[in-house]
Design a protein around this ligand. Structure first.
Ligand code: DAH
Length: 339
């Protein structure tokens, strides 16, 4: 039995030295020291030994077991180190390789034109104010001098949310909210989303964007309106842009005008973008109607003002020569990346 144990010891050591993986060493451990292993098998036969032999063989068996365990532990730690080093070597980062190009986002064209617009008006002393998209009939229509029988109040044009509540059809509601909370002199713009029950096509969308403007002070005249809006148009489209004022009608202004700019693509010659007209309408404006001032507690005998509503989507499509408004809302990255 002694010889057998010594044989096992040397056999195990030889196998351990030859093993080349953590897994192989573990298999050797099971083979010699496991429950059904060879050393265990010998220990099980101890009962058949004489009383003198038993402690001697028992001691030797324990010694051989400890010896094999130590060998295994040593081999394991060597092989683990080796495996770790191999892994580190394989995963080594080559810092000389070129980096991956990270995709760079950009502002949506509507936002970049809006930022441009805000810069222009802020440089003229305007504040930017916000207004709610869910409005009451009072702010969206009544206080703006739009009577109850006006066609714009028809269910076909306006998304009603209830008898009094609606999705604002124009940012003009922000004029009223501003005049209720601020005293003249007032100089604000208010950009935002507006909603109308329109069919979608190349120039219409049920959701679009406006920028409202309002100036109220003593002695404001139509000349202030014209000078401000001409300056704005030339800052947006370029200093050689021509601006044209046409008489128009809005319930909340008197007199009212519509403002055209010379076509940024053809410069009044006529092309597909301006539909041959040479001019493009970008906003409505006018002198604030005395009824509107009065409805906000401002005395029209003391104060006058002008207001305007710019179509931001039209401003963006004409500035960037985009042929279809839908491109602004589909958010196809291939389109947006160009700006
Ligand atoms: N709210 C008008 C529209 O949606 C645009 C407009 C015209 C706004 C004249 C104004 C204005 O403030 O004075 O068509």
């Amino acid at each position: 039995m002694k010889d057998k144990l010594e044989l096992l010891r040397s056999a195990a050591k030889a196998e351990i030295h030859a093993a080349d993986s953590v897994q192989a060493v573990d298999e050797i451990r099971v083979k010699f020291l496991g429950k059904k292993g060879e050393i265990t098998a010998i220990l099980k036969q101890m009962g058949s030994l004489s009383a003198e032999e038993r402690p001697i063989i028992g001691q030797l068996a324990n010694e051989v077991r400890a010896d094999i365990e130590a060998e295994i532990a040593g081999a394991m730690s060597l092989l683990k180190d080796k495996a770790l080093n191999a892994k580190l070597e394989a995963e080594e980062i080559d810092i000389t390789l070129p980096g991956k190009q990270a995709a760079k986002g950009s502002l949506h064209p509507l936002n970049s034109v809006l930022e441009n617009l805000i810069d222009i008006f802020q440089s003229m002393g305007f504040d930017v104010v916000d207004g709610p998209e869910v409005e009451t009939e009072h702010y969206n229509f009544e206080a703006l001098n739009v009577p109850a029988d006006h066609p714009a109040r028809d269910m076909q044009d306006t998304f009603y949310l209830g008898p009094e509540l609606l999705l604002r059809t124009q940012t003009s509601a922000a004029q009223i909210r501003t005049m209720e909370t601020r005293k003249p002199p007032i100089r604000i713009i208010s950009p935002g989303r507006v909603y109308r029950a329109d069919e979608v096509d190349a120039t219409h969308s049920p959701v679009f964007h406006q920028v409202e403007g309002l100036v109220v002070d003593k002695g404001i005249t139509l000349c202030d309106l014209m000078g401000t809006l001409e300056k704005f148009a030339q800052e947006i489209y370029g200093s050689d842009t021509k601006v044209r004022f046409r008489p128009s009608f809005f319930p909340f202004t008197e007199p009212s005008v519509e403002v055209d700019v010379s076509c940024p693509k053809c410069g009044t010659k006529g092309c597909n973008m301006c539909k041959g007209a040479g001019w493009i309408e970008i906003l409505g404006a006018g002198m604030v109607h005395p009824n509107v001032l009065r409805s906000c507690g401002i005395d029209p005998e003391v104060y006058t003002g002008f207001a305007f509503g710019i179509g931001l989507d039209r401003l963006t499509t004409t500035k960037h020569k985009i042929s279809d408004i839908r491109l602004l809302f589909e958010n196809d990255v291939r389109f947006l990346e160009q700006f």
